[in-house]
Design a protein around this ligand. Structure first.
Ligand code: VGL
Ligand code: ZN
Length: 212
């Protein structure tokens, strides 16, 4: 067996990165700004670059609501209007370095249904199966809603989940919601990781040998 430093994690062929809802409305100045939400962007950029360098699959989910979505207060929901499809607030953070190969998964697109999970009402599971993905590295916003529910569904669907603990932030409607969500995810088997435990190694050979 190859010698490894303890507590390092090697990225493998059947790994994928799932970036959850890093959209302007959840960031500072947005209509449903997650406290410290902007802090996930530089950290996610490190994961994005690690996955991209290894040619691993990257998915970005987005809340993509119709203008009169049931989760908005005017319709009896609990949230201010946010992430209305095609509006600036629904765009991904402009400083999030999503590679062009990123697969975008739009969710909660129906007026009468909310969906916190990237799996709910989407083809995410089918796409992952198609690529024989086994492990999901999941981070983004918000810990206590869309990250929590995406992680729960991922585990339900049989994926191994690595929770990007350094790249999630919570809404905290109640002060402990984020902590409770993390406990729930870990209780279900999600393993919390931070970027530094990823083993650094040379990018795939084809990259090194590629001539300019
Ligand atoms: C989310 C509240 C409402 C999320 C989406 O992405 O966590 N939170 N809609
Ligand atoms: Zn929403």
């Amino acid at each position: 067996m190859e010698l490894q430093k303890p507590h390092t994690l090697e990225l493998e062929a059947h790994d994928a990165l799932v970036v959850v809802d890093v959209q302007n409305d959840f960031l500072p100045g947005g209509s449903l700004a997650v406290p410290h939400g902007g802090e996930v962007v530089p950290v996610l950029n490190k994961y994005l670059s690690a996955f991209h360098a290894r040619r691993l699959a990257i998915y970005a989910t987005r809340d993509w609501h119709p203008p009169e979505h049931c989760s908005f207060k005017a319709q009896g929901g609990i949230w201010p209007p946010h992430c209305v499809a095609e509006t600036p607030g629904a765009q991904f953070a402009s400083d999030l370095n999503l590679p062009p190969e990123t697969t975008v998964i739009s969710k909660a697109t129906e007026p009468d249904k909310d969906a916190y999970s990237g799996f709910e009402g989407t083809d995410l599971d089918a796409r992952l199966r198609d690529k024989e993905i086994k492990r999901l590295f999941i981070g983004g916003l918000a810990t206590d809603y869309c990250v929590l529910n995406t992680v729960k569904d991922a585990i339900k669907h049989g994926y191994e989940v690595l929770l990007l603990e350094d790249a999630i932030r919570a809404v905290n409607v109640n002060p402990d919601d984020g902590l409770k969500a993390e406990e729930t995810m870990q209780g279900l088997g999600a393993r919390p990781i931070h970027f530094e435990i990823l083993a650094t190694r040379a990018p795939p050979e084809r990259e090194i040998t590629e001539e300019a």
